[in-house]
Design a protein around this ligand. Structure first.
Ligand SMILES: CC(C)(COP(=O)(O)OP(=O)(O)OC[C@H]1O[C@@H](n2cnc3c(N)ncnc32)[C@H](O)[C@@H]1OP(=O)(O)O)[C@@H](O)C(=O)NCCC(=O)NCCS
Length: 161
């Protein structure tokens, strides 16, 4: 578990689906800086959502519009965090940690023995992942390509459950 204590406790997490794609894409566009090329396209999201083991979770703080989401995949005995994002106006209130903890619980329930994720080297989310027990497992060179063509390495982080 992450030691971080949410400052707001009325954030709720619920499953989403293809019908939520418009809101998820809007959230993703506000959350990810285009300079780094980490955001997924609408067609990437729409393509992966119906696949077995893939789950979209939405975080809301009372309103209809989600303030955060995670996209995850459980395959064989492993689980992967594909995307995690919180709207800029809703950050540092524990939503990212809540979504991450929820993923870890789901992965445990599913029976995964390890969880993985990829994150751009230098992304401040690395701190969140490290405090959740993830450690470096590898590096993918030039994995992300930003809007100006700059390339960035991805760190592969993992932890046992
Ligand atoms: C990463 C992200 C999801 C964190 O969401 P959040 O709701 O702000 O996260 P939390 O409030 O749960 O923060 C948990 C902890 O993570 C760390 N953290 C999160 N954002 C941080 C930042 N900008 N700088 C430093 N540490 C940060 C801190 O340790 C924080 O605890 P604290 O607030 O007590 O210091 C959000 O910043 C985001 O959407 N970023 C853009 C998308 C992205 O890069 N996603 C990750 C790669 S897929």
């Amino acid at each position: 578990m992450i030691e971080h204590q949410p400052q707001q406790t009325d954030i709720r997490i619920a499953p989403g689906g293809s019908a939520d794609l418009d809101q998820v894409i809007a959230l993703m566009e506000s959350a990810f800086d285009r300079r780094f090329g980490e955001a997924w396209t609408r067609s990437q999201c729409a393509g992966i959502l119906p696949m077995p083991g893939v789950a979209l979770m939405l975080a809301r703080d009372g309103g209809a519009t989600p303030i955060g989401f995670s996209l995850t995949r459980m395959v064989a005995d492993e689980a992967e965090l594909l995307l995690l994002a919180v709207a800029p106006a809703g950050r540092r209130r524990g939503t990212g940690a809540l979504l991450l903890n929820h993923f870890l619980e789901q992965a445990r329930e599913y029976g995964a023995s390890r969880v993985h994720l990829e994150v751009r080297e230098g992304n401040r989310a690395v701190k969140l992942y490290r405090s959740a027990g993830f450690s470096a497992a590898g590096r993918r060179r030039k994995y992300y390509r930003g809007s100006d063509g700059s390339e960035f390495d991805a760190l592969t982080l993992s932890r046992a459950l």
